[in-house]
Ligand binder design. Structure first.
Ligand code: NDP
Length: 401
């Protein structure tokens, strides 16, 4: 039984608190802290009402202020911090965890505010400090990265002697009824998908113009959807941890309407992350845009349809070529009925809770900074089936690649 500090009161934070509250045998007490305390209070009230779990308190914190955060951690004394605020805060939260001597878990790798670039190098550089302090930091424990990384580890452990080709396929076939909205933090989301595409092939990274490669892929229970080759952060750690990979790519579905809006946003300069002067005040267009777009945390009520995210893998078993597809479909409505959040927040928050459970139960151990595919995938995959994200698998099928 352990106390846990959850940082971030957005859609993902909401789901993490609900799911931790459903496992009081593991999470004995929760402190939910974020920049705006009223958002923490609203989530805490909902969780108390819906689950009966009462051991939740809330606090305001600036997660970019290391002394403030360290003091909060020292006062509450949790076993670990689950960080589901924004990637900008990864390093300051890791610093505070080191200062206060607690374990760390997050769902997205660090990004500097002034460059839209995600790489693990900044967080991997903390390995020796966590190791010397006898602490564990688990990186990227949402769905993608997170579950997709565990899927790959599971495939390697149980179904292949060597994996050669990995295609991660991420489909959101949901409909929220808005002309344009992002499914998680708009600023982070738009920074991610407007970058050039990139994939790994024969030991090298190949860069392509954004959204220039498209394939209609068929998703279970959904059907064909236009899927675009984009760069996604788990590719970096997966090719490092599974060096037999000859090629690793990531595909995400986008509708034509969505891409048109995105193009317009870029063309008119609203995706810029450099400051512009407006009436004597510095404004960053993309930061401002966040405040006029729908709040992803409020999309849930009318969201219908499903997400379908999985890994399609080709490799060798007992000298023969083999294919494997492992995936989960998640209903936006079912997620909303359970937690008040839509499916994208749900598919991120549930794995974050399971990852924390793995650490607190001693299933995932170690000193240093690790990506999730470096741990035993089996207990994590087993929990998925009982925690709301069941998975399915097929062998030796046409992977469409
Ligand atoms: P939201 O924008 O809805 O929530 C972010 C929360 O962080 C808000 O409550 C915000 O506070 C808080 N916050 C921001 N800055 C600070 C700060 N300096 N100090 C304290 N709190 C702060 O985002 P989501 O819930 O949609 O996403 C959360 C995280 O999950 C993101 O990092 C995102 O990248 C990641 N993610 C990962 C996925 C995966 O599969 N791995 C998929 C989807 C998301 P305030 O309310 O005051 O703005």
């Amino acid at each position: 039984m352990s106390k846990v500090l959850i940082i971030g009161a957005g859609g993902v934070g909401r789901v993490v608190v609900y799911k931790c509250a459903q496992h009081p045998d593991v999470f004995s007490e929760i402190l939910l802290a974020s920049r705006t305390k009223s958002k923490c209070d609203a989530i805490a009230a909902d969780v108390k009402r819906d689950t009966g779990y009462q051991a939740i308190s809330t606090a305001a914190v600036d997660a970019e202020n290391v002394p403030e955060l360290t003091a909060l951690i020292r006062e509450f004394q949790p076993a670990m911090v689950i960080h589901v605020a924004l990637p900008y805060q990864d390093l300051t939260i890791m610093d505070a965890c080191l200062e206060a001597g607690v374990h760390y878990l997050d769902t997205a790798n660090y990004e500097p505010k002034d460059v839209a670039k995600f790489e693990y190098k900044w967080q991997w550089a903390y390995h020796d400090r966590f190791k010397d302090a006898g602490l564990l930091a688990v990186l990227g424990c949402g769905f993608d990265p997170g579950v997709t990384s565990v899927y790959t580890a599971y495939a390697v452990k149980h179904h292949f002697d060597e994996i050669h080709y990995l295609d991660i396929v991420d489909c959101n076939a949901g409909s929220h009824g808005k002309a344009f909205a992002t499914n998680f933090n708009p600023e982070i989301n738009i920074r991610e998908i407007t970058q050039p595409g990139k994939y790994y092939e024969n030991g090298q990274w190949v860069e392509i113009p954004a959204h220039s490669v498209m394939k209609p892929l068929s998703y279970p229970g959904i059907g064909p959807k236009n899927s675009y080759l984009i760069y996604h952060e788990e590719l970096e750690s997966l090719v490092k941890n599974f060096p037999s990979l000859k090629r690793a790519r990531f595909w995400m579905t986008f509708g034509d309407e969505y891409l048109t809006h995105l193009r317009v946003i870029q063309n008119i300069g609203m995706s810029r992350i450099d400051p512009v002067m407006y009436k004597g005040v510095e404004v960053i267009p993309l930061e401002f845009l966040k405040y006029v777009l729908p709040d992803p945390g409020e999309l849930g009520e009318n969201y219908t349809g499903e997400t379908s995210i999985g890994c399609r893998i080709r490799g060798i078993k007992d000298g023969k070529e083999k294919t494997y597809y492992v995936w989960n479909n998640c209903s936006h409505q079912a997620a909303y009925e359970e937690t008040g959040a839509q499916g994208v927040s749900y598919t991120t928050g549930v794995p974050a809770m399971i990852g924390a459970m793995m650490m607190l139960k001693g299933e995932w151990t170690g000193n240093g900074v690790f990506n999730v595919e470096q741990f035993n995938p089996d207990p994590f995959m087993a929990q998925r089936n009982v925690c709301g994200l069941p998975w399915h698998e097929q062998f030796n099928i046409d992977l469409e690649f």
